[in-house]
Design a protein around this ligand. Structure first.
Ligand code: GKR
Ligand code: MG
Length: 420
């Protein structure tokens, strides 16, 4: 059973004007949909980033996969290593600088290969990954401050979440998200306003949701000294579950860890296996938000979780704006990881479009069940794929640039960090 064709289709879907440390989301978020087709017509699916750089790498690799068996994951790795990155040897030690790009390319195809394996064997993907340790995977409500509408008319109606720039509006957003999806944990995307204001938002959330685990993520927007000043507030008893990426680098997180009673989480500094030794040496992170899209795939996510167990580091999952193929993949692997100790992030509630048949996957009681059926358990809605690809062709965005979008509101805007 050999691979006959590989297709990578860039798509663009509606995204609300969500605020973060570097700026504001553009009206269109980019992704790529990967299809790996077997000789018998079965198609394995993957989803990855849609920026031009990654698309160029995916395009470079895809033709070289024709003729491989979908079970030959080392063959896939060799094909990726031959074209992306500087070290073609599969056994070479990971470099301290990490290699996120290569791991991202590998991940995009690995998920599609695994999906095919599941289809060939008639097994759900979580069984191929060792079987599930939980029926349903918990996700957290992902709160953003946001503008009411995009600056330029994107040609579609504004989202119905409205403006969220005050504590009350944020609590309303949280309430709506919790009511709609049953989330038990809540994360605030911070780094937008003065940190004291954002901590006040967290206190408002705590009053409204006395029991929910809360997290704050300023995306490296604070300096070590600012974080030191804020620490007495952040570590008020019962306020936060963890503090995510207050500062940007591994040494910076190591400095914060020296005075932080709170666990420090990251999806920004420890983002590749090559970063693990320094992170451990400096005790820089206590929770790693894994992301199969850049750690190298679903098996790499499991390997990372094992490293987490080894060193007593908690594991969760990170998210960007994404479609249901990514959510299905996250959920299959999340179901198999015993030490997935926190509810994972997902931007999914912010997405109105979908590229899989049957529309959006259900989030109930804050959890997602792995879709039923062999492999990932999702199939492509080809009409939706064509429509979202047309969006990509029309929207003109080829690289995510939240800072440029923010300069439409504030021409003096700079995304330099630390902001505070
Ligand atoms: O979508 O604005 C965003 C987030 O800030 C995203 O870019 C981050 O990668 O979700 C992410 C995070 O947890 O840092
Ligand atoms: Mg983060």
């Amino acid at each position: 059973m050999r691979i006959a064709d590989v297709r990578v289709t860039p798509i663009a879907f509606r995204d609300p004007p969500l605020l973060n440390v570097v700026g504001v989301h553009e009206p269109w978020a980019l992704r790529s949909i990967i299809e790996v087709e077997l000789e018998d017509g079965r198609v394995g699916l993957g989803e990855s980033y849609g920026d031009q750089d990654i698309l160029a790498h995916l395009d470079q690799v895809k033709g070289t996969l024709v003729g491989l068996s979908p079970f030959d994951l080392n063959g896939l790795t060799r094909a990726v290593y031959a074209r992306v990155g500087t070290e073609p040897d599969l056994a070479a030690s990971f470099k301290p600088a990490g290699d996120k790009t290569r791991a991202s390319v590998l991940a995009a195809f690995e998920v599609a290969f695994l999906d095919l394996q599941g289809q060939v064997l008639g097994l759900p993907l979580y069984e191929l990954l060792g079987g599930r340790v939980r029926e349903r995977v918990p996700y957290s409500a992902y709160l953003f401050y946001k503008f009411k509408q995009h600056k330029d008319d994107p040609g579609y109606p504004a989202d119905d979440w409205g403006e969220v720039l005050t504590h009350d509006q944020l609590v309303d957003e949280a309430r709506r998200m919790v009511d709609a999806y049953g989330f038990g944990s809540i994360k605030l995307k911070a780094g937008v306003f003065e940190p004291d204001f954002e901590i006040e938002s967290i206190r408002a959330l705590r009053r409204a949701f006395p029991k929910a685990p809360l997290r704050i993520d300023p995306n490296g927007g604070w300096s070590v000294e600012t974080t030191r000043r804020l620490m007495p507030q952040l570590s008020e008893p019962g306020l936060l579950e963890y503090l995510e990426d207050p500062v940007e680098t591994i040494p910076g997180m190591g400095e914060v860890a020296k005075f932080s009673p709170l666990p420090l989480a990251t999806n920004m500094c420890t983002v590749a296996f090559g970063h693990i030794p320094e992170s451990i040496r400096l005790n820089a992170v206590q929770v790693i938000l894994s992301d199969h899209h850049y750690w190298g795939g679903l098996r790499a996510t499991q390997q990372l979780a094992m490293i987490g167990r080894t060193f007593g580091i908690g594991i969760s999952m990170h998210s960007n704006s994404h479609m249901g193929i990514s959510l299905a993949a996250m959920t299959h692997v999340g179901a198999t990881i015993p030490n997935l100790t926190y509810a994972s992030d997902t931007h999914y509630p912010w997405q109105e479009d979908e590229v899989i048949e049957g529309g959006k996957l259900a989030i109930e009681g804050g959890c997602v069940e792995p879709p039923k059926g062999p492999g990932l358990g999702v199939t492509l809605d080809r009409k939706a794929l064509a429509r979202l690809h047309q969006n990509f062709l029309d929207c003109g965005i080829r690289k995510r640039d939240d800072a440029a979008e923010m300069r439409k509101y504030d021409p003096t805007w700079s995304s330099a960090r630390p902001r505070f």
